[in-house]
Design a protein around this ligand. Sequence first.
Ligand SMILES: [Zn+2]
Length: 257
Amino acid sequence: MPVYSLIDSHCHLDFSDFDSDRAAVIERARQNGVTDIVVPGAFVGNWTKIHDLCITHPNLHPCYGLHPYWTDRHDENDLEKLRQQVASNPCVAIGECGLDYRQQQADRKKQLYFFTAQLDIAVEKKLPVVIHAVRATEDVIQQLRLRPGLRGMVHSYSGSYEQARQLIDMGFYISFGGAITHSRAKKLHAMIGKLPLTSLLIETDAPDQAGSAHQNERNEPAYLVEIFNALCKFRKEERAVIAQQICKNVKTLFNIT
Ligand SMILES: [Zn+2]
């Protein structure tokens, strides 16, 4: 089977899970056709690491943001630090930011505060946003409606088809990850077949969300090809056309040349 050029639109390569073998992980991704990787920021403490990593590897593209999962760790000053970080270091987006309504997650009011503040920074800096939405797609859509013209992606999409259509109508891309490699993911599979190819992205979200072939293992960007293969099963277009369009989508969204 030919190796297609693919772009991982969401991979936490800065996480300590990769500290012992990061160079090998990047090389395996390259050998599997992954030409570029977008690295989202999760908390202030790792922004410098992301910056340095992306300087060393020009095919890695940095984002800076405050992830809802670590809401307890963020404080008010981090928003000003985000403004400064973005002003003095090139990046392709604000994020990962968003809302996560799983029970164990932090206080929703505080999450909403950091999410909306980051959306406002993205508007101010004219940057796209990388959004994390778990059981919270409706509230995310509500906030995006208040900021027309803002663009971005919803990573590891888990909302409904109707919500995906609304997001696409607002200029957002829908990104699919390891979940679509599971045969039980019928709702996502049906959605993949119906959404416009011009609005789809793929991602690993490594080190998390390993696909069906790597359960209970560390995920890595080289496995993006398995997500691409899963996606192709539910599309009518030729594989080469799908690969090309998905790369074009990432490049357009993040202004990657
Ligand atoms: Zn993520």
